[in-house]
Design a protein. Structure first.
Length: 730
């Protein structure tokens, strides 16, 4: 009886906590998506998700989160664009913003709330909604926040004193509504990590962080506000379930994602989260080894969490504490224990930016020592171990460890570096370095097969170099570098002929793009077990899967028209001036076609890809009315339009027009998609001497009346076959 009375008394004095999420989402069914929002990570019981978005199938992440920091409250949004009137007026975003301000203030629904907003349009909008809102401007705006119940701001360029003031402001009992972005901040701050993100420093003690990656929409305009959210959106909850073995199968992917994200952020030594993480990892350390045959799927929450932790631990470890990870034996590979670890002087031409190969390979977990001249110390160079820089944490299945490289900045004459997964050793030179040639001494690495056209003796290659013990090899010219498993070059007798052909490929791409054939730095191709996106993707390096490696080192195979390899090179030669919406995967294929037309030997009538030959689908397209939306969704349909132009006028007009764009003054460059389409029409028409306006119109590609009228002095042109189709459709 006494126990029952105590319980009743406790319930009377400690009523159930209020449903804060319900308060925040009152009258909110959907919010907008300004730009491309990113995920938030929750690692504390003091915070909760408000609205979520999609990471991938079966995995969501918060796009809005809220919680307590000290005695105050905060609401965090996954894009800075949320804190503006434009977003506020879309869907129910404005209602959520008003609810957030009122909730963060801790005051009643009818109370006066004083709000300071660093976004002027948001201040005006909140004032319209009955809040006492004013614009906070000037560089020292944080000096005035004591006058307000709630501050609305973006992560912006907050410096350390401003971060501290905001923390103290909220902890003292006030409210904060903040917008931020992880992936966008990383792009604007190369070389830094999300540990340095200003918003993350503000809210780290509350356990909310802006994470990397993007969120897919769950509605046409943005994100639905669901009645219930998965408790596994909170990494703390997910870790408890993983560790206790109480995780339901339907929640494994979600819990694994949240828990794995948690280890990529600062963990306070006094936190329950850190204790749980370390206990789980210690019980399973070194047991997770992904491979092609036994990939780690997203439902394997514990395995993904443990491997992520080990990768982060190795990335942060002091050089002497790095150990080889068991997964390195699967990819990128190991070296024989008895392979000599030697010393080599490497000459680096700092006029050429980015990665300089050394012909050396760092064994997993072993220290490599790099010594530079004193004059190089302040030049911004770095040492890189590993060329497989794609991070694949977001992939549903891991066939290799999701991060396998390491980089160390050169800040002293001697740099010591080790990578748990090993890899080829590079000296990375920043753009604009003008120190000329410098000699770098490297100790502790293993020789790797490396052929440099014009420098490496073909005889020495055949007799010695191609047998060097490292598992990865490089074939290099001043224009292109090919990185493949050493196994595919062991029998390569004539790398010179191969790389001369690759030079021809690069020269062809430069010719079509109207760029100089001599390059500031070579393009790079790297074969990988698993890459971050697609079957191949462009960039530096161009990334491919391992099945492309044998084709990359065979002149015979390359001459057959390797569309994908040339397609990605085309991406690296595209210009945004002549690539409008819907043509991102189209104009790159002009380079595939040009390289195949000029260098390859394929059967007559074929052009390297079935989508580039024949007229399949054209009748249906034109019968349906040549809709531009359809045109933009189907790259090979759109490519047929370009092919018709090329088949009639040849390649020279493309080269001439691309040269025009290259030399355009900034004021004349197209600023919008409408301007891009207009300029493409007018410039190409003038170059071929025909009015292409009717041709563009027949294909459904919109241009302005003014652009078409400017071509009235030219004779119109239309392919006969197209005229017949358009006539039939009409």
């Amino acid at each position: 009886m006494l126990t029952a009375l105590i319980l009743v008394a406790a319930l009377a004095t400690n009523p159930a906590p209020p449903d804060h999420r319900a308060t925040l989402t009152t009258d909110v069914a959907e919010i907008a998506a300004p730009g491309v929002p990113g995920p938030l990570l929750i690692t504390s019981d003091r915070a909760f998700a408000v609205v979520d978005g999609s990471v991938s199938k079966d995995i969501n992440a918060p796009v809005v989160a809220a919680g307590r920091l000290g005695n105050g409250r905060f609401v965090a949004f996954g894009h800075t664009g949320y804190l503006g009137a434009d977003s506020a007026r879309r869907a129910d975003t404005g209602r959520l913003l008003v609810n957030s301000v009122r909730w963060a203030s801790g005051k009643g629904p009818a109370a006066r709330v004083r709000v300071g907003s660093t976004n002027k349009s948001l201040a005006a909008y909140l004032a319209e909604q009955g809040l006492d809102a004013v614009h906070l401007d000037g560089r020292r705006w944080t000096d005035r926040i004591g006058d307000f119940d709630v501050v609305c701001c973006g992560q912006g360029r907050l410096d350390k004193p401003q971060v501290r003031k905001l923390q103290e402001y909220v902890a003292g009992g006030r409210g904060l509504v903040m917008g931020g972005l992880g992936w966008g901040w990383l792009q604007l701050n190369p070389g830094r990590t999300l540990r340095d993100h200003p918003g993350n420093r503000v809210l780290e003690r509350a356990g909310v962080f802006w994470a990397d990656g993007t969120l897919k929409r769950t509605t046409n305009d943005g994100y639905a506000v669901r009645d219930e959210l998965s408790p596994m959106l909170n990494a703390m909850t997910a870790l408890r379930a993983i560790g206790d073995g109480t995780l339901a199968s339907a929640e494994r992917a979600q819990a694994g994602w949240a828990a794995s994200q948690a280890v990529r952020f600062p963990l306070r030594t006094d936190s329950e989260l850190r204790d749980r993480i370390e206990a789980l990892v210690d019980a399973h350390r070194g047991t997770v080894v992904p491979s092609k045959k036994k990939p780690i799927g997203k439902a394997k929450a514990l395995e993904r969490f443990v491997l992520t932790y080990e990768i982060e631990e190795a990335a942060k470890a002091a050089t002497e504490d790095v150990r080889a990870h068991p997964a390195a034996a699967i990819f990128p590979g190991t070296v024989p224990d008895d392979a000599p670890r030697g010393m080599l002087d490497v000459t680096v031409d700092t006029a050429r930016p980015q990665w300089h190969g050394t012909g050396l390979y760092a064994a997993p977990g072993e220290v490599v020592t790099v010594t530079v001249e004193p004059r190089v110390v302040a030049a911004g160079l770095s040492v890189r171990i590993g060329c497989h820089k794609d991070k694949i944490f977001h992939k549903d299945r891991w066939r290799r460890a999701p991060q396998v490289t390491r980089v160390a900045a050169v800040r002293t004459e001697v740099t010591r570096i080790a990578c748990a997964f090993g890899g080829l050793v590079y000296i990375d030179v920043p753009k604009g370095c003008d120190l000329g040639e410098t000699v770098v001494t490297i100790m502790g690495a293993v020789a790797a097969p490396r052929f440099v056209l014009g420098e490496t003796s073909p005889d020495r290659w055949r007799e010695h170099i191609r047998t060097f013990p490292a598992p990865w090899a490089e074939l290099e010219t001043s224009k292109v570098i090919i990185t493949v498993p050493s196994s595919v070059v062991r029998e390569l007798d004539d790398p010179g002929a191969l790389m001369e052909f690759w030079d021809d490929v690069l020269d062809a791409a430069a010719t079509l793009a109207s760029r100089p054939r001599e390059r500031l730095r070579p393009e790079r191709y790297v074969a990988d077990e698993q890459i971050s996106a697609g079957y191949m993707h462009a960039g530096y390096p161009i990334m491919t899967h391992l099945d492309a490696a044998e084709h990359m080192v065979s002149v015979e195979s390359l001459r057959q028209g390797r569309w994908g390899l040339y397609h990605e090179l085309g991406h690296n030669h595209q210009s945004r001036d002549w690539t409008f919406a819907g043509t991102g995967e189209v104009t790159c294929n002009l380079f595939s076609l040009y390289i195949i037309d000029t260098l390859c030997t394929i059967p007559p009538g074929e052009r390297g890809h079935r989508g580039a030959t024949g007229d399949v689908g054209l009748d249906d397209y034109f019968a349906g009315g040549a809709d531009f939306r359809t045109w933009k969704r189907k790259p090979f349909l759109a490519l047929r339009m370009y092919i018709q132009l090329q088949e009639r006028f040849g390649w020279e007009p493309f080269i001439e027009v691309f040269a025009e764009y290259r030399d355009l003054p900034g004021a004349e460059r197209p600023k919008s998609d409408d301007e891009k389409r207009d300029q493409w029409l007018v410039r190409l028409s003038r170059t071929v001497g025909h009015d292409l306006g009717p041709f563009f119109e027949a294909w459904g590609v919109p241009t302005s009346n003014a652009a078409r009228a400017s071509l009235a002095d030219l004779p119109p042109w239309m392919p006969n076959a197209l005229s017949a189709r358009v006539g039939t459709a009409r």
